[in-house]
Every structure is written in structure tokens, then in C-alpha cells.
Design a protein around this ligand. Structure first.
Ligand code: XMP
Length: 607
């Protein structure tokens, strides 16, 4: 049963379902995500329903379907992308593949609608679709009118204003849609939902932790990142030190000086139930000769779990049951947050983009058995940070850039041999001067699905001066040439070179090299006062150089609000130059690139 007065997001598997809910929560209202098929009876107490996008076609057999009765509930409904098409289909309209697939920023003309209060009639929106609504539902199903059109999609928006049922082909929940938040706000205001705040929700989560834990203790892997640190603090606070044991596994894939910083931060707060264990050799040995990104993630996740289970036994936390002393019971704590679950295909219809380390198979099985506690699984990053500050964690720790669970493991690209895309139409590329196709692929996300494609690098006469044209190319190239999902600018060379592959997997030497480059970037960003101005700054090591045996570094500064979508950041030329010059002094690095790809079509990390 949905909570009274909530805005419900029905999930058709879109990558953005959580983004919609997080935006609504930031307006100060409770929003939760429920499966598309939720019974209409369970939606009666909702204030409004938003139907998310999704990777399938509404007319396909087996595609996710909501209960058609929701259209008769008499509460406001807004369909986005797949949701828009679903409403059209159910109400008797027609949905078909569009003549042109629209991906990316698209100009739109808006008509009159209560949804568009305070929104100008022409603006730019984010489109990501292959199908479109070809015909509006006929009059016997309501009074639907077209309220938005783009050049290739005539019914990009429709409304039955009387029944307050709306459909939009574009994604108002992503930052790329110019007035998206105003439109969402207009819809939410129509729904008159119940007020909500992180603080009040934290109390509810505290109660939830107590009831889930019962009389059990919690053994928790702490990575040093914001999420696991906040989760660990929260468990300590709610259950008390005696019932929580933290474990920090040094994987050899952590940042420079990271372990000491984490220990010090908790030490200052009197949290001393954190054990640190060096397992780096085991991680490197398990990752030997592994090249595939998903396989790497799976191995890192499994090694974590094996270590955790072994150490758990070694620490003798689970004493043998005796008649006087019943066996103590432990749960596994994890700092999983909302986006981690969705991007692993954690909701029923979502396509799998990448397996997060805390969602590998062993953990999934433990979750099914009720052996895992994840106090932050319904929170977004900004909410986790708010909570962390409330719990008294140091500012430095709470505002650290997000760092992936598998650590530098997903930033050390591995390759056995060179791979190149099959055929490229070079006509467009030639117009843009000198370029090189990198013989390596990375993970991206397009139209709600995973891609694994090549990166292309462009060259300039002033390498560290990034222009608006460079930024445009980052959108244009992946949209028009399917071989690429990433666009780089070379920061060290004016003229293109033939990139050579230097076969390699994850080793301590490569991790050390990346650690140094990463530390340089961190230092320079802080020195320039830019560290807290951006969301995250992955630094990536590529087994690609100007000659055999050479490697290169990719800088990926990005802005984001919640990691679901992200924009590449245009850093000042002097900052880029300083970093690049220092990185080029590292032995073995012979080129530095800047990644200008937005998400989508790239993901934040390369793997
Ligand atoms: P992507 O690369 O999917 O990343 O755009 C979205 C956000 O998630 C972080 N990330 C991870 N975090 N375990 C984590 O805890 C993981 O396996 C993982 N992979 C990516 C990434 O750094 C970004 O903030």
C-alpha cells in the first residue's frame, strides 16, 4: 500500500525512475518507487502517480504494463517517455516506431497547459526514444490534446486537463531539460502531496534498523567512501558500538593515504570498532589476466565477500553455540544507496548497466535470506550527506567526491589486444580536424540500455584550451556515429598519433601509477579551490600510449546532482595544464586526455 499523500513513481525500468523520486523529495514531499504492475488498490491513497520511462516498447509482448484502472482513480497522472506512450496506448491512441530516433537535446514547442505554468513556449528538452505517439486517444477515452511538439515528434506532449492526465515524450527529470524542474513542480503542486524531510525520514530509518536487526549484531564493510561511512555511523548510533563491527579491507585499489584518513576521522569521533586488514596481494592475484569489466567487478565483489567471511571467522565473532551461550547472530551491513541498485538492474524492468560490488550474486542470495542490512538503500547522495553532517562526521569526509566500491579497479582499464570499431563514416569527423580512434572500449548508457563502445580523441593546436565546439562534439559524435560512446580531447599533443595498445591487466605497479596521477589531480583541484565545486573527478589509466609500452591518463571532471545523469566540466586551461604537466612527469605516462562525454551517453566511470 502506498503511503498516504505520496507521489508514486511506477517503474517501467527507466534509468531515471529514481531521479524522478529524488527530485520530488527535494521539493519536500515523500516519493517512492513501486513496480509498474502494482495493483490499483494499493495506489488509492497516493496524491499523484508518475509513470517512468523504460527500455522496451509498450506494444511488445511481455513489456511492463500498469493496471489500466489507475487512469480512473481521479488522481493526477503524468507519464514520461514510455509512461507517456503507455497512457496513449491504454486510452486508445497509437504508438509506433518513430521515423527518427531522438537522443539528446532537442528544441521543443509547448502549447497551453497547466503543466507549463511559468515555462516559455520554446525551449530545449532531453529526448531519448525510438517509439512515439502517432495518434491521440479518441474522444470517447477523454479530452486529450497535443501540448508539445518537436520537429520529428508531433505528439511530444498530450493532456486531458480535466482529468489531470498528462504525457510527455521528453525527460523533465534530467538537468538537460531546460525547464524540466518547473514542469515537474507544476505537476506535483497539482497533486497536493504530504510534506516530507530527510530529518523526519532518518527517524523512521532508525526505527527500521532496530526492527530489522532485532537482537542481532551487524558486521559492516567500510570502504572509506561517504556512503559506507555514513551507514557505519548510523548503525553505531542506533545500535551502539557493542553491536557493530566495522571492517576496512585494503584492496590495493584505494587512493593515496586513504586508509589513514578514514581511521583518523572515525577515531576522532570515538569510533574504534573498525578493523583494517591488508588483502591487496589477494586482490591483485585474483585480478591477474582479467580484462572484461563485468568480470573484474564480479571478482572484486566476490573477493570482498570471501575476505569478509574469512575475517569474520578469524575474528571469532561467531562463538560456537553452547547451552549457556546461544549462538550470536550477525547481519552484513552495506552502504548501498538508491542509484547503486537501479544501475545493476535492481528494479524489475531496468537494463543492467554495471554490477555494483554490493550487488554480486553471493550478496543477492544473502539479501534473499534476510542477512543483509542496508540503512541507506532508499537515500540519494545529497540526502546521505545531509545525514552524515547531522551525525557529526567531519566535513571533509562527508563532502568527499563519491568513489566507487571497486575503487581504482574500475579506473584501470585492461586490454589483451587492440580492438577497433568495424566501419566508421568518416565524413563528419574529417570536418572536425585531427582525431584518433582509441583501440579500447568503455561502458556507456543510451536510451536506458548499456553500451560497450570505443572512445575517440580529438586534437587541437592549443591542447588545454577547451572550446564550446569541443563540448558540442561530445554530444554530436556519439549521437551520429554509433561506434563511439566517449569523446576525448588530447591535452598533451597538438597532432594526432596512432594510439598503440600496451596489453595489461590490474597490477600493483599500475595501481601505484594511477594512485599518483589521482593524487596530483586531487591536490591541484583543492589548490585551485575547485574541489567542492564539482561532483566527482575520476582519473583513469588506459593501456594505450603513443608507443608500445606507453600508457595514458584520462581526466574526467563531472558535475552531477545524483550520478544518474552528469555533465562534463570545462576546467580553466591553467588548471588543466598544471595537472597535465605534473602527470606527464610520471614514468610510463605518455599522453593525457580529457573526457568531455556527458552521461548519457557515457557513464561516469569508464567501466
Ligand atoms: P556510473 O559510472 O555508473 O557511476 O555513471 C555512477 C556513480 O556510481 C559510482 N560507482 C559505484 N559505486 N560501487 C559503488 O559503490 C560500484 O561498483 C560503482 N560503480 C560506479 C560512480 O563513481 C558514480 O559516482
Amino acid at each position: 500500500m502506498s503511503r498516504k499523500g505520496a507521489i508514486i513513481v511506477l517503474d517501467f525500468g527507466g534509468q531515471y525512475a529514481h531521479l524522478i523520486a529524488s527530485r520530488v523529495r527535494r521539493f519536500g514531499y515523500f516519493s517512492e518507487i513501486l513496480p509498474a504492475e502494482t495493483d490499483v488498490k494499493d495506489l488509492k491513497s497516493a496524491a499523484g502517480i508518475i509513470l517512468s520511462g523504460g527500455p522496451q516498447s509498450v506494444y511488445e509482448a511481455g513489456s511492463p504494463q500498469a493496471d489500466p484502472e489507475i487512469l480512473k482513480l481521479g488522481i493526477p497522472i503524468l507519464g514520461l517517455c514510455y509512461g507517456h506512450q503507455w497512457i496513449a496506448q491504454i486510452a486508445g491512441g497509437t504508438v509506433q516506431p518513430g521515423a527518427v530516433k531522438e537522443y539528446g537535446k532537442t528544441p521543443i514547442e509547448l502549447g497551453k497547459s497547466i503543466l507549463f505554468k511559468n515555462v516559455p513556449p520554446s525551449s530545449v528538452v532531453w529526448m531519448s526514444h525510438g517509439d512515439e505517439v502517432k495518434e491521440l486517444p479518441p474522444p470517447e477515452y477523454g479530452h486529450f490534446k497535443t501540448i508539445a511538439s518537436s520537429s520529428s515528434c508531433k505528439i511530444a506532449g498530450m493532456a486531458d486537463e480535466e482529468k489531470k492526465i498528462f504525457g510527455l515524450q521528453f525527460h523533465i527529470e534530467v538537468a538537460h531539460t531546460e525547464h524540466g524542474l518547473t514542469i515537474l513542480r507544476n505537476f506535483v503542486d497539482l497533486c497536493k502531496p504530504e510534506p516530507w524531510s530527510v530529518e523526519s525520514y532518518a527517524k523512521h530509518v532508525g526505527e527500521q534498523i532496530k526492527s530489522e536487526a532485532g537482537d542481532k549484531k551487524v558486521f559492516m564493510l567500510v570502504s572509506g567512501g561517504v556512503d559506507s561511512s555514513v551507514a557505519f555511523m548510523l548503525l553505531n548510533k542506533v545500535l551502539g558500538k557493542e553491536r557493530v563491527q566495522g571492517l576496512l579491507i585494503d584492496t590495493g585499489l584505494m587512493r593515496k593515504n586513504e586508509i589513514k584518513a578514514v581511521r583518523d576521522a572515525f577515531g576522532k569521533l570515538g569510533i574504534d570498532n573498525l578493523e583494517v586488514v591488508d588483502a591487496s596481494e589477494e586482490f591483485f592475484s585474483n585480478l591477474k589476466e582479467i580484462y572484461d569489466p563485468e568480470e573484474k567487478r564480479e571478482i572484486i565483489g566476490n573477493t570482498f565477500i570471501n575476505d569478509q567471511q574469512r575475517i569474520f571467522k578469524e575474528m571469532d565473532l561467531e562463538p560456537k553455540a553452547t547451552s549457556q551461550k546461544p549462538q550470536a547472530k550477525w547481519l552484513l551491513g552495506q552502504g548501498t544507496i538508491y542509484p547503486d541498485t537501479i544501475e545493476t538492474g535492481g528494479t524489475k524492468h531496468a537494463d543492467k548497466i554495471k554490477t555494483h560490488h554490493n550487488r554480486v550474486e553471493v550478496i543477492q542470495k544473502m539479501i534473499e535470506k534476510g542477512l543483509v542490512i542496508e540503512p541507506l538503500k532508499e537515500f540519494y547522495k545529497d540526502e546521505v550527506r545531509k545525514l552524515g553532517e547531522e551525525l557529526g562526521l567531519p566535513h571533509e569526509l562527508v563532502w568527499r567526491h563519491p568513489f566507487p566500491g571497486p575503487g581504482l579497479g574500475v579506473r584501470i582499464l585492461c586490454a589483451k589486444e587492440s580492438t577497433l570499431p568495424e566501419k566508421i563514416d568518416e565524413t563528419d569527423l574529417k570536418l572536425n580536424g585531427s582525431y584518433a580512434v582509441l583501440p579500447i572500449r568503455s561502458v556507456g548508457v543510451q536510451g536506458d540500455g548499456r553500451t560497450y563502445r570505443h572512445a575517440i580523441a580529438f586534437f587541437h593546436s592549443k591542447p588545454t584550451e577547451i572550446t564550446e565546439r569541443d563540448m558540442e562534439l561530445a554530444t554530436l559524435v556519439p549521437n551520429s556515429i554509433p561506434a563511439f560512446n566517449r569523446v576525448l580531447i588530447c591535452l598533451t599533443h597538438e597532432k594526432s598519433f596512432v594510439p598503440e595498445i600496451s596489453p595489461g591487466y590490474i597490477t600493483k605497479e599500475r595501481a601505484d601509477l594511477l594512485r599518483e596521477a589521482d593524487a596530483i589531480v586531487d591536490e591541484e583541484m583543492r589548490a585551485a579551490g575547485l574541489y567542492e565545486k564539482i561532483w566527482q573527478f575520476p582519473v583513469v589509466l588506459l593501456p594505450v600510449g603513443t608507443r608500445k609500452g606507453g600508457q595514458s591518463i584520462v581526466l574526467r571532471p563531472i558535475e552531477s546532482q545524483d550520478a544518474m545523469t552528469a555533465n562534463a566540466v570545462q576546467l580553466p586551461s591553467n588548471v588543466l595544464k598544471k595537472m597535465t604537466d605534473r602527470i606527464m612527469k610520471l614514468e610510463g605516462i605518455d599522453a593525457v586526455f580529457l573526457d568531455l562525454t556527458n552521461k548519457p551517453p557515457g557513464t561516469i566511470e569508464w567501466e
